[in-house]
Design a protein around this ligand. Structure first.
Ligand code: DON
Length: 573
């Protein structure tokens, strides 16, 4: 398998010392060496492509396809591997969305978003005076929704070819035998040390005597045992039996409320994707409870009538237009979007040409709009997540975004089971108008209720050209996710960029409130000056998102690209 092919920026992980001789990762073979691996930013592959947040996870996905698995097999194996090698966001204690197009053209939208526990209530994160208590919705046991990932993997299995026990084995090996940490992971574990200790009653694998050093190996015995229970008993190995018992026991050590019934009753759900055309391309993205698909539909349609190509890439004119589209779409997010099983989301109206034309009717080129003036439209109608992009030889396209919400979720590991729980409850609107950890506001549509799924921004997306596979794309980044995907699509379609350029160019983000534009540090200085002169308040910040994209080239190869902002890495053949 030519894993490290052409065009790659290979960053061999400096001073890695082999701990023992190279071991076989069962099901992935010796090609996945957890002690020697490289970050590969770009490759061109003909038959199998994977781009994910960690080199070992991408290698596992590609190896599974080399063994005869398809993109769904790779999706399952890569997610499980990420749960081991990328514990900040890869997970079995969180949730996600899978969007896929099968080789026969059939679309699949799988929602395995976390849900509010049965004992959750609308004001559970307010004090007696009605003031929000962000520490409760963001850190520790009470912050966690019912995990959905394992249900999602088993709902994906009917589309896969290999047995589940094969797909989970590489993750078991990586947990049991260990893998060498990247430099970024070493510094992340060291900086989280105190908060990990504070939020866990028993020692956890991520805290070490003294400090972590580059070259250290992480072994996760408890997680390996949990994965083996899932291998043996299927979804019941997580939602019932020993693992469920450990989750409920962990809840009782803190202020958690997830019960055995909550776990037993959790199911993944099928959702019809959001679909629309943009400049002769067909875009497919995720429906509520994600806001992502509707937002990119609104933003792309708001700018479609303007000649973005002749405005020029990241000229003040094109950026201003995109900011104003972002402002208007996010105002609608705050008011109209939530779990469709609890709130009627007016999808048709929000994405109709007539509605979007009205929304843009007060747009003025050359002058900053105002979020105080732009409210949500009136409807008359009855920083840690991770993305995986995959394409296989048959043309199956799989786009998966999965999350614990914040880095390491609620920072609490299920004692004895070895995995972090999410802090996804913070994605609900804890009180109308009160911003969550991403500054997003909401109201009734996204209020907390038992069993309800919190509104997400995750935007796994596919693009077809001439009705054929063209692009798989997605990213983490909280509320910046839809704007990152929006800009990635514009870069590919309007500016004809390679996948690498499209995801790695500097980005900007406006989300209605607060009324400012976040902008990456290396953004064009002249465009910044012109935007400020129009009245925009710019706030510089570090990396927005970590996008993974695959683009089909005219010669049939797939350009497979990983974001330069992290350890993200591609594999394929
Ligand atoms: O579902 C959502 O929108 C958030 N929980 C995603 C969080 C995220 O992307 C954090 N990553 N940087």
């Amino acid at each position: 398998m030519k894993m490290f092919k052409s065009l790659c920026i290979c960053l061999l992980l400096g001073s890695i010392q082999p701990v023992i001789a190279q071991v076989s990762i069962v099901g992935a073979g010796k090609k996945v060496d957890p002690y020697h691996y490289a970050v590969v930013k770009n490759g061109q592959f003909r038959r199998a492509s994977v781009s994910s947040a960690h080199p070992l996870a991408s290698l596992v996905g590609a190896a599974i396809m080399e063994q005869g698995g398809n993109a769904f097999d790779a999706g399952i194996a890569t997610q499980l591997a990420l749960a081991v090698v990328y514990p900040g966001a890869g997970n079995i204690g969180g949730g996600g969305f899978l969007l896929a197009r099968q080789r026969n053209g059939e679309l699949i939208g799988l929602d395995y978003r976390e849900a509010a526990p049965g004992k959750a209530s609308r004001d559970m994160y307010l004090d007696k005076n009605g003031n929000p208590l962000p520490a409760l919705s963001q850190i520790g046991h009470l912050a966690s929704g019912i995990p959905g990932t394992i249900a999602g993997l088993f709902a994906t299995l009917p589309y896969a070819k290999l047995p589940f026990k094969t797909l989970i084995q590489p993750a078991i090996d990586l947990a049991e035998k260990g893998f060498v940490l990247t430099e970024k992971q070493v510094s992340s574990f060291n900086s989280e040390r105190e908060i990990f200790i504070k939020n866990n009653t028993a020692p956890i694998a991520f805290v070490k005597e003294g400090k972590w050093h580059v070259g250290d190996t992480l072994i996760q015995k408890d997680l390996a045992a949990t994965l083996k229970r899932i291998q043996k008993d299927g979804a019941k190995g997580f939602y019932d039996g020993e693992t469920a018992k450990l989750i409920v026991a962990e809840m009782q050590k803190g202020n958690g409320i997830i019960s055995l019934d909550d776990l037993l009753n959790y199911t993944a759900k099928l959702r019809s994707p959001i679909e629309f055309d943009y400049r002769d391309h067909h875009i497919i993205s995720f429906a509520p409870p994600s806001s992502g698909g509707i937002l990119i539909n609104q933003m792309l349609k708001m700018i479609e009538k303007y000649p973005m190509g002749s405005y020029g890439f990241q000229s003040a004119k094109s950026v201003q237009l995109m900011i104003e589209a972002e402002r208007r779409a996010y105002a609608d997010r705050a008011e109209h979007m939530g779990d469709p099983d609890f709130w009627k989301v007016p999808v048709k109206t929000l994405t109709s040409d007539a509605y979007l034309a009205v929304r843009m009717s007060d747009y003025k080129a050359d002058k900053a709009g105002s979020s105080a003036a732009v409210k949500a439209g009136t409807i008359h109608e009855s920083e840690e997540t991770t993305h995986i992009s995959i394409m296989d030889a048959a043309g199956n396209m799989v786009s998966i975004t999965t999350t614990l919400n914040g880095g390491y979720g609620c920072k609490t590991v299920v004692s004895g089971a070895g995995f972090f729980l999410n802090n996804e409850m913070d994605d609900f609107s804890v009180k109308p108008g009160v911003p969550n950890m991403y500054g997003a506001v909401g109201g009734e549509a996204n209020a907390i209720a038992p069993g309800k799924r919190m509104l997400s921004s995750m935007t796994p997306t596919l693009i077809l050209k001439n009705k054929k596979p063209f692009v798989v794309i997605g990213t983490p980044g909280g509320t910046t996710i839809p704007t990152s995907v929006f800009q990635g699509i514009v870069n590919i379609i309007d500016y004809n960029m390679s996948a690498s350029d499209a995801i790695n160019k500097p980005k900007f983000h406006h989300q209605w409130l607060p009324d400012n534009v976040m902008i990456e540090k290396d953004f064009d200085a002249n465009t910044k000056k012109l935007l400020m002169a129009m009245g925009y308040k710019l706030i510089e910040r570090d990396g927005i998102g970590r996008t993974e994209a695959i683009k089909l080239l005219s010669d049939g190869k797939r350009e497979t690209a990983a974001d330069i902002r992290g350890d993200d890495s591609v594999a394929g053949f």
